[in-house]
Design a binder for this molecule. Structure first.
Ligand SMILES: Cc1ncc(C[n+]2csc(CCOP(=O)(O)OP(=O)(O)O)c2C)c(N)n1
Ligand SMILES: [Mg+2]
Length: 627
């Protein structure tokens, strides 16, 4: 037994938690990010200081962003490691709610330690406290409940023990993981209790690979053998489970083509002749054409977001059925699919064995191969096409440069704006481990890019990390650049300035609203295309902003400048921000797909009425997939 405060016991506990999978071990909680306030400076802050050699502490600039760092790290480590995040009470705590939602939606483990108001209630109301007259147990931290996979408020010291153990169980369970929140009242953090030695001893959380039930597997194999046009949709689960080799073996043996979600991008290297690339609303022509005709769709590790299913219009065969290999029963049950609940790698190996000797009909395989060749030609065209405006580079050209600079081992990090869709389509996935493509598209959260990139680099210091961020997203959390400077995290940030929200501007035009409210200009009536020389453009100097925060900044104009800058940024001692202005109106087209964004049913504007007519036509292709 040792007499420790709750905060001291928690810090010592977190420092000795380990994950283990396939015999490899690593630290579950690599360290703790935080911002101190009155709610955590004396309790958790004291403990982190006392045990700074056991659990490394890093100050962040914004609480939301530090959760993004933890999520970026967790994703790059295939969910085997993460960071803890400590905040004060009130605004510091609720700033983490967005980060929690992002982690939970993307099924990424993050440990959140918001402080809370007094368990004794004596000095209430304290600074930054929400008072709920009819319910004294409510605090702002209740906002974490819907966005956490496990939530507990530790109101007595002894409660820490079951709470901490349950928190670790949920963090390390691939079927349950997401944000885990332990709310810590500021008085309880500082209270001491007799802590049993066993609680403080190293603990290993083994991630066992769950095989699929034999009956489910036999049914899946029967469906696949009977299918004439089967298609695999690979999601993030393939990568987290390290199932790339198993997927490739199955594809090589059976000839079933593969397309990929955002989180699953890179599950099969692009050069594979049966790799169709991105599917759905941001999909390739190859993937979307095969999806339209597939009679059996085998989802592996996907949560079937609307971008993947093109809002349930992607799969049009009248009798299309789904098989869902997923570690989470909730996801395995979607689309009225046959649920094959289990670890992706084991289940793919089991399926491979059950399909021995089976190969898809040659015409379907040939179809996939020829569509893949056709897409390769389109890709080459789009990536080199010049823009329309004043010789400005296009985002597609910028992506090509990043892709080339990244090579086989570099990682691209992105989250919101027009870049995720462009990357999904255009990125040539070269890393056999599938860790070169990191687009957060579960929450598509503006502001994730820089902190997410920090997390990726901390998780994989041996890789070059390229953060692709739009001007709008940059302005949401530029402050985390300071964290990259402080920790000397050498990431390369390509900051694409197109004067506002190009993606939403294009979406707005497509729904008949002429880009309203999406340009950074003094008076935005939104209806006129932007002339970069116009005095209307807001005088924002993003390069100067990044420089002022301590980053090394390279200003570029042409694609050749960008190429030189990316080469020159290698080996830097801290973050490098490469600024480039891009053609706002030179978007990458969509390929035979749709996304359900409802258009006004009645309007006085012709543009809206014609967009509505187009919407109704597309909407008719939406399906329910009832089996
Ligand atoms: C936090 C947050 N707020 C709003 C949105 C909705 N949204 C998606 S993309 C976008 C614009 C992004 O602008 P920018 O980063 O400049 O990229 P661009 O569209 O110009 O490529 C907005 C407002 C979002 N995804 N996240
Ligand atoms: Mg922009």
């Amino acid at each position: 037994m040792s007499r420790l405060t709750v905060a001291q016991a928690l810090v010592r506990f977190l420092a000795v938690q380990e994950t283990e999978r396939d015999g490899a071990r690593e630290r579950l909680v690599a360290g703790c990010y935080g911002i101190f306030g009155h709610g955590n400076v004396a309790g958790i802050g004291q403990a982190l200081h006392q045990y700074r050699d056991l659990l490394p502490y890093h100050p962040a600039r914004n609480e939301q962003a530090m959760v993004h760092i933890a999520a970026g790290y967790a994703r790059q480590r295939n969910r085997l490691g993460t960071f803890a995040c400590t905040t004060s009470v009130g605004p510091g705590a609720t700033n983490m709610v967005t980060g929690a939602a992002l982690a939970t939606i993307n099924r990424l483990p993050v440990l959140l330690l918001p402080s809370d108001t007094f368990a004794t209630r004596t000095p209430h109301p304290v600074l930054q406290m929400l008072e709920v007259a009819h319910d004294a147990t409510v605090s702002v931290n209740d906002c974490f409940r819907p966005v956490s996979r496990f939530y507990e408020r530790v109101e007595r010291p002894e409660q820490l023990i079951p709470a901490a153990l349950e928190a670790m169980r949920v963090l390390t369970d691939p079927a349950e993981t997401g944000a885990v929140t332990l709310a810590l009242p500021e008085d309880v953090q500082a209270e001491s209790f007799e802590v049993p030695d066993e609680f403080l001893e190293p603990r290993t959380w083994t991630i066992y690979r769950q095989p699929a039930a034999p009956e489910a597997l036999a049914r899946a194999a029967e469906l696949i053998r009977g299918a004439r046009r089967p298609l695999i949709v690979a999601g993030g689960g393939v990568i987290y489970s390290d199932a790339l080799a198993a997927l490739r073996a199955l594809v090589d043996a059976t000839g079933i083509p593969v397309c990929e979600t955002q989180a699953g991008r890179g599950a099969l290297v692009s050069e594979h002749p049966l790799s169709l690339g991105a599917v759905g609303a941001t999909g390739t022509s190859a993937a979307n054409r095969l999806a339209r005709e597939a009679d059996l769709v085998i989802g592996v590790g996907t949560r079937w977001s609307d971008f993947t299913t093109a809002s349930k219009s992607a799969f049009q065969d009248p009798g299309v059925r789904f098989v869902n290999v997923n570690v989470t029963a909730f996801d395995a049950g979607k689309q009225s699919g046959l649920p094959v609940v289990g670890d992706a790698r084991v289940a793919l190996e089991q399926l491979g064995a059950a399909l021995t000797g089976h190969r898809v009909v040659p015409a379907w395989e040939e179809r996939a191969r020829s569509e893949t060749r056709e897409w390769a030609a389109e890709l080459a065209r789009v990536m080199t096409l010049d823009g329309d405006h004043a010789g400005l580079p296009t985002q597609a050209q910028i992506i090509k440069e990043i892709n080339d600079a990244a090579g086989e081992t570099g990682v691209v990090v992105c989250a919101a704006g027009s870049a995720p869709g462009d990357l999904h389509k255009l990125w040539v996935a070269r890393d056999p481990a599938g860790k070169g493509y990191h687009v957060e598209y579960g929450y598509s959260c503006m502001g994730y890019e820089i902190p997410g990139g920090i997390g990726v680099k901390l998780a994989a210091p041996e890789r070059e990390v390229y953060v692709l961020v739009g001007d709008g997203s940059y302005l949401m959390s530029p402050g985390e650049l300071v964290t990259a400077v402080a920790q000397r995290v050498p990431i390369v940030i390509v900051l694409v300035d197109n004067h506002g929200y190009a993606s939403i501007g294009a979406l707005s035009r497509s729904v008949g609203s002429s880009g309203f409210g999406t340009l950074y200009r003094f008076s935005d009536n939104g209806s006129v295309p932007l002339d970069p020389a116009s005095t209307d453009v807001l005088p924002i100097d993003l390069a100067a902003n990044a420089e002022s925060l301590g980053a090394h900044v390279i200003r570029t104009k042409t694609i050749a400048d960008l190429r030189d800058a990316l080469a020159g940024a290698r080996g830097a001692a801290g973050p490098v921000v490469v600024c480039i202005e891009a053609d706002r109106y030179a978007g990458v087209p969509g390929y035979e797909t749709w996304w359900d964004v409802p258009v006004a049913e009645v309007s006085e504007e012709d543009s809206v009425r014609s967009a509505r007519a187009e919407y109704e036509r597309a909407h008719a292709s939406q399906r329910q997939y009832l089996g």
